[in-house]
Ligand binder design. Sequence first.
Ligand SMILES: [Mg+2]
Length: 216
Amino acid sequence: MLDWNQIETVFFDMDGTLLDLHFDNYFWLDHLPKRYTELKNTSPEETKRRLHAMYDDHQGSLNWYCLDFWSAELDVDVVALKREVSSRISYRPNVQKFLKIIHDKGLDVAIVTNAHRDSVALKLELTDLGDYFDEIICSHDYNIPKEAPEFWTALQSKRPFNMNKTAFFDDNDAVLHSAKVFGIQYLYSIAQPDSQKQARSESEFPLVHDFMDLLI
Ligand SMILES: [Mg+2]
């Protein structure tokens, strides 16, 4: 499925690609609404109306991924609330096994995420992701989300990589599309980012079910 001899650099998204998106979906769609309703002494209906209007307004923007933004807008400590359910943070199947093999191949590997640094810090604290990656690139540091092709231009000028010899894995097809417009050669999407939801069967990009399949 992938000729590793052609690859020099491998970029991985974090949430929904390496880690189970269930944690994030559970937090934003269940836990945060529940706790917001309690903390603000409001009704579940009002919370739902308010949060969903905000989600609709900011999806795909840097604000969407920015915990400072949500903490300020909602006037709650989003990081503290995330910690309340952090036991749900987990890897997707076989990811650690795959990362160890990739790490041992001596390839240039990095996480490239839209996640906020506080979110990354929480996940580094509660998983051993840091054992496999020396470099975690956050789009916040560039002020451009991965959904914009300009992000990749900015990343490449700061941190050179050969786009013809780069593989990139992400569960977000809009992000993969921007990487394609920029010119990254080997692009893969994820069939089941959230273990609690149905796997997808269609995407513009080849779907990875299990990373170990890529080593066959
Ligand atoms: Mg993702």
